[in-house]
Ligand binder design. Sequence first.
Ligand code: ATP
Length: 278
Amino acid sequence: MTESATMQMNEPDVHFSTRRQAGPVILDLQNISLSFGGVKALTNISFDVRQHEIRAIIGPNGAGKSSMLNVINGVYRPQQGQIVYRGEVRGNMDCHTAAKSGIARTFQNIALFKGMTVLDNIMTGRNLKMKSSFLMQALYWGPARREEIAHRIKAEEIIDFLEIQAIRKTPVGRLPYGLQKRVELGRALAAEPEILLLDEPMAGMNVEEKQDMCRFILDVNDQFGTTIVLIEHDMGVVMDISDRVVVLDYGRKIGDGTPDEVRCNQDVINAYLGVGCA
Ligand SMILES: Nc1ncnc2c1ncn2[C@@H]1O[C@H](COP(=O)(O)OP(=O)(O)OP(=O)(O)O)[C@@H](O)[C@H]1O
């Protein structure tokens, strides 16, 4: 554990302008730079995420938001900088290890098994929690059977929580887009993550679907205590549900603060928002 990280973990709770009580820093991104050949996707980006907060990443197309999520969940390895997670400097971590350590995510384009039912898709989110060997699972024998039942109960709890009982046996490919997004959230929740990364959870949704998704995100945060990092282009949603917002533009950080602070930041207005806070 680094000295600075230790100090951060011991910091008292912080109360943001909105309703939540945020805890100590759980994730600290320090001077992250990432390039793809000559393309600089991220340049010297630093920001932190506190336990139990909802942290938004916003910015124009190509700003580096998805790349940042991919750095956090180990898909991309930055050429520079370091990540401190739960007080420890994280070495080279692949996405499997990141998932095992409590980081789950959803994707900009839905990544579900379209031919499988809602229940089976959510069950795939339990894979990392399964302890039985492949052989025991194949034979569906003894402990494997008991384990499978326990995982199914957990999946059913998530289905109840997300109010999708009526479609639990429906193949995902037959569902409207908004419900598919909800199932994808369910699959991520099935891993019981400590940090949930949501890449444009409201994209392509109508107003009613967005309201539902907002409610579920707030409920996940509130009832499970899950820390949430989300990318979203709907500024009404971002300003409404986030505790703090980090703003990227051309791979650089141009703003960081509460929704009110970011809304009134002239660099952010010029690069992205267009209109001020007056
Ligand atoms: N795998 C990759 N290979 C090469 N270039 C990439 C790769 N991934 C991202 N980039 C480039 O990095 C930059 C940042 O892209 P990124 O997708 O992170 O932005 P974004 O803010 O998420 O954009 P959007 O809002 O459009 O999803 C862009 O110039 C993009 O073309």
